[in-house]
Design a protein around this ligand. Structure first.
Ligand SMILES: [Zn+2]
Length: 498
């Protein structure tokens, strides 16, 4: 049995002016053939799960055919050239890998390209056209996918992560491999139906550990007890992709029973809709967050910068929280800011030297102005680190470029200045630069839920702060042009009916 493996993972924030180019992918992952195995085998990523799942396929000789894996850190809309490059590489690599008996695909589900707003739907449709209508194609999706009818049409089955932070990526990959093999062997006939309630779950409400979403996942888990239900998924959606598919959705996969699949998908969508008021964001402003820190003793806080959520595509050089912490003299505080210019300036200096730096706020005017600080150079690093524990994203090797640790001379603040944008998914980002995370009273993480997988090891309490930026949690500030109408909570609904 020849089973192909493909991956294209990008979460596109259409509110960012700068497009995502092919270079952004090359800086993260463009892997072909055995490179994919070397890179992902044993990882907590769904590709690691695919490989583990195929390895375990009972009594069936499986030939794993790694085709192509492409990924970039979340960023702006994918340029037309980059998407064309991706598509032509994918389709020619796929052609070379034929014939196949089945295909496993890791997609994000919230990719947008300049030409194809439903980029994943388009990409998957092209793959389906090449492999034919009958080949089993099982696709894993990020929980933040904006599922489209085209994606559902193109795939035999889709399986989304069930956790945010995403800690079950490997498990979902294994599940996908199992489902594909059972289908390839003729044991099951995965039959999928989707439902698209007109609802956006605010990013602040997308923790799968909290009660408002727990009830939905528990309802989903109960459906899995039905003998003919093979899988179901809840897609939370990605509000920063301005596309008509933006929002929450549901899929159910049964063994050859489309009617049951549709009925159960509709029931889960109804459950979401009934709970829609719990899906609006809770918006805590900067002042209120810092008031709370100031008046609470003996607690180590994680301050989540929702407006500069790097994992949602934002600039990573926002200064709003760093400035506010300085102004209030709150600390000791830790902030990471991507600023290649400030790093380059610091690299010319000796450790222990002091310098005035204009930090962050360079990418745009949405995330706060540059912050002028006199700092002492504490240490200089290559910026490479690795993470072995299960963390959001399942990434093992990280590279934040040349990195400098500086200490503000007039404020109780340590800053990690990186040359590249880096998602705050691993405490090794700090530890590898000689920073002890538990030595701070306040740690700023530029994210919403994803950082928790790492930061809950050191933070007693988290505050999600409604900061401005390209990932602002106050969705009424975002200028949508392509979203569906009507859509909750933007539009009013005459009744409780779907
Ligand atoms: Zn996600």
């Amino acid at each position: 049995m020849r089973i192909g493996i493909l991956a294209f993972l990008h979460e596109s924030n259409t509110f960012i002016a700068m497009p995502t180019t092919w270079r952004n992918f090359e800086e993260d992952t463009v892997a072909i053939g055995n490179e994919i195995l070397n890179r992902f085998v044993g990882s907590h990523h769904e590709l690691g799960g695919f490989l583990a799942g195929l390895d375990r396929a009972d009594h069936v000789p499986v030939e794993v055919v790694p085709i192509l894996a492409v990924r970039a850190t979340p960023s702006g809309t994918i340029s037309e050239e980059a998407f064309d490059e991706l598509l032509s590489r994918t389709l020619s690599a796929l052609q070379r890998s034929m014939p196949l008996d089945g295909l496993l695909v890791a997609a994000h589900g919230a990719a947008v390209s300049e030409k194809h707003r439903d980029a994943d739907g388009y990409w998957l449709t092209q793959i389906r056209a090449r492999v034919g209508a009958k080949l089993p194609v099982v696709v894993t999706l990020d929980a933040h996918a904006n599922l489209s009818p085209a994606m559902v049409e193109a795939c035999t089955a889709v399986i989304a992560y069930r956790t945010n932070p995403h800690l079950d990526q490997r498990v979902r990959g294994e599940e996908a491999a199992k489902m594909l093999m059972e289908c390839v062997m003729g044991k099951t006939n995965p039959t999928m139906a989707a439902a698209f309630p007109p609802l956006v779950i605010n990013i602040e409400r997308q923790s799968t550990d909290e009660p408002h979403l727990r009830v939905i996942y528990e309802a989903a888990d109960r459906q899995l007890d039905f003998p003919d239900v093979l899988s179901n998924s809840l897609l939370l959606g990605f509000p920063y992709a301005d596309v008509c598919e933006m929002g929450a959705s549901v899929v159910v996969i049964t063994n050859n029973d489309l009617q049951l699949a549709q009925q159960l998908a509709d029931e889960l969508a109804d459950e979401l809709w009934r709970n829609r008021n719990a899906m609006k964001g809770v918006l805590v402003d900067v002042k209120k967050a810092l008031d709370l820190i100031e008046t609470t003793v003996g607690v180590r806080f994680g301050l989540l910068d929702m407006g500069d959520n790097v994992g949602g595509g934002s600039a990573a050089d926002g200064t709003v929280l760093a400035r506010a912490l300085c102004e209030r003299n709150l600390g000791p505080a830790f902030v990471c800011i991507a600023d290649a210019q400030a790093v380059a300036q610091s690299l010319n200096l000796e450790v222990g030297a002091t310098v005035e730096l204009l930090i962050g706020g360079h990418t745009d005017h949405a995330h706060g102005d540059p912050l002028l600080l006199r700092v002492e150079i504490v240490s200089i690093h290559s910026g490479r680190f690795s993470e072995s524990k299960p963390r959001h994203g399942g990434i093992v090797e990280f590279d934040q470029g040349a990195t400098v640790v500086v200490r503000a001379c007039e404020y109780p603040m340590t800053l990690l200045l990186t040359s590249k944008r880096m998602v705050p998914f691993s405490l090794q980002q700090l530890i590898s630069c000689g920073i002890e995370p538990s030595s701070f009273r306040v740690l700023v993480a530029k994210g919403v839920h994803a950082p928790l997988a790492a930061y809950r090891e050191v933070c007693d309490r988290f505050i999600r702060v409604n900061t401005p930026g390209s990932t602002c949690a106050d969705l009424s500030r975002m200028d949508y042009h392509y979203r569906r109408h009507p859509l909750f909570p933007f539009d009013s609904f005459p009744s409780d009916d779907l």
